[in-house]
Design a binder for this molecule. Structure first.
Ligand code: NAP
Length: 322
C-alpha cells in the first residue's frame, strides 16, 4: 500500500482539505458503483464514500476493490476518493463527532444510494431505508450549516413507492393510500415521506428508478439480481412460455441512464424540491402516461402502465427537461 493510499482513510486529519466534495452512500452497490465512476470521470470533485467495514483499513480495501472493478490498473482516481467507515443503521451513521464535523466542512453534495433491497424480512429494510435515511438527513443538515453549505441531497428512491396503486402515479404523488407488496416497497415509501418532510430545510432531489439493469450499450452489470435470474432460466429453456399482460410490461432502465440523470439533475437548480422517475416511457393502448421527462429515453411513471401499473390512460404532463 502506498503512503498516498494511507492518507485517504483513517482519522479526519488524513482526509485532506477538500471542499465542495461529494458524499456518496452505497458506493459498493450496483447503482452506487456507477455513480462513483460518474463523479470521478465527469467532475473533478473529491468523493467521500461511506463504506461498511470492521475498521478503516477494511473499509478502504472494500472501496479499492470497487475501484478495481470499475477501472483498469493505473487509473487516475486513487487520490480523488476516500473511504469513510460508517454504517447507516448505527447512531450518527457510526461516525464520531470529529468525523461528522470534518465531513460537514468538506461536503457540499450528498447522494444517498444505500438501501436494503431485500423484501424477505420486515425489520431490516426499515432499519436501513427509513431509520438510516433519517441519519443521512441529519448529517445533511449538519453539512448545510457548515463549510459552503449543502447544494444538493439526492435521495435514490424507487418507482415502487407506488405500491399497488391502480392508475396514474406521478412524481407529485406519494401517499395515495396505496398498499405495498413487501417490506421493501413500504420502507422506501416511508423513507421518501421522511425525505419530503425535510424539503423546506434542505435542497433535495428525489429520483425514482424502476428496475435497474446493465448498461445500455454493453449490457455490463455488477449485479445479476431481480430480473436476471428469471431471464437466465428462460434462456436455458426452463420455461416454454412466460405469462404476461401486454398492457403491463416490466419497466427496466439501464444503470448508466439512471446515473446520467442523477448527475445532470444534481447540476440543475430547477431540480431542487422535485421528484423524477427514471423509467422508460410506456405507451399503453389507451394512451400515453409520462412522468417528468429526463431526456431520451423519456421517463414515465410505472404506475401508468409500467411494472407497478395497470395501463390506465392519463393526460401527458408538459415536457420537462433538465
Ligand atoms: N437495483 C434496482 O433495480 C433498483 C431499482 C429502483 C431503485 N433502486 C434504489 O437504488 C439504490 C441503490 O440500489 P442498488 O441496487 O445499488 O443496491 P445494492 O446493490 O444492494 O447496494 C446497496 C448498497 O448499500 C450499502 N449498504 C447496505 N446497508 C448498509 C448500511 N447499514 N450502512 C452502509 N451501507 C449499507 C451496501 O454496502 P455493502 O457493500 O456493505 O453491503 C451497498 O453499497 C437503492 O436506494 C434502491 O432502493 C434500485
Amino acid at each position: 500500500m502506498s503512503t498516498n493510499a494511507l492518507t485517504r482513510y483513517g482519522p479526519p486529519a488524513a482526509w485532506g482539505a477538500h471542499t465542495d466534495a461529494v458524499l456518496l452512500t452505497g458506493a459498493t452497490g450496483f447503482l452506487g458503483m456507477e455513480l462513483l465512476a460518474g463523479y470521478l470521470e465527469r467532475t473533478d470533485r473529491h468523493v467521500y464514500a461511506l463504506v461498511r467495514g470492521v475498521n478503516d483499513r477494511q473499509a478502504h480495501a472494500r472501496l479499492q476493490n470497487t475501484l478495481a472493478r470499475l477501472f483498469d490498473a493505473g487509473h487516475p482516481y486513487e487520490e480523488r476518493v476516500s473511504a469513510v467507515r460508517g454504517d447507516i443503521t448505527r447512531p450518527g451513521l457510526g461516525l464520531g463527532n470529529r468525523r461528522r464535523a470534518a465531513l460537514a466542512e468538506r461536503v457540499s453534495e450528498i447522494v444517498h444510494s444505500v438501501a436494503s433491497v431485500s423484501s424477505r424480512t420486515s425489520c431490516t429494510p426499515r432499519a436501513i431505508n427509513v431509520e438510516g435515511t433519517s441519519r443521512v438527513l441529519e448529517l445533511a443538515a449538519q453539512c448545510h450549516t457548515r463549510g459552503e453549505g449543502l447544494r444538493r441531497l439526492t435521495h435514490i428512491s424507487t418507482a415502487y413507492v407506488a405500491g399497488q396503486h391502480r392508475g396514474c402515479f406521478s412524481e407529485d404523488d406519494l401517499d395515495a393510500g396505496q398498499r405495498f407488496r413487501n417490506a421493501y416497497e413500504q420502507s422506501k415509501f416511508e423513507g421518501e415521506q421522511l425525505v419530503a418532510s425535510w424539503r423546506a430545510q434542505l435542497p433535495i432531489t428525489v429520483v425514482r428508478p424502476s428496475i435497474v439493469v446493465g448498461e445500455r450499450h454493453s449490457g455490463w452489470t455488477a449485479s445479476f439480481n431481480v430480473l436476471y435470474w428469471p431471464l437466465r432460466m428462460f434462456s436455458r429453456g426452463a420455461y416454454l412460455a412466460v405469462p404476461a399482460r401486454a398492457t403491463a410490461p416490466v419497466d427496466v432502465v439501464p444503470v448508466d441512464y439512471v446515473t446520467d440523470a442523477i448527475l445532470a439533475l444534481s447540476r440543475a437548480p430547477e431540480a431542487v424540491g422535485a421528484t423524477f422517475t427514471a423509467a422508460r416511457l410506456f405507451r399503453s393502448p389507451r394512451g400515453v402516461c409520462a412522468g417528468r421527462r429526463m431526456g431520451p429515453p423519456r421517463a414515465a411513471a410505472p404506475g401508468c402502465g409500467g411494472a407497478a401499473g395497470t395501463g390506465a390512460a392519463c393526460p401527458p404532463p408538459p415536457p420537462r427537461t433538465w
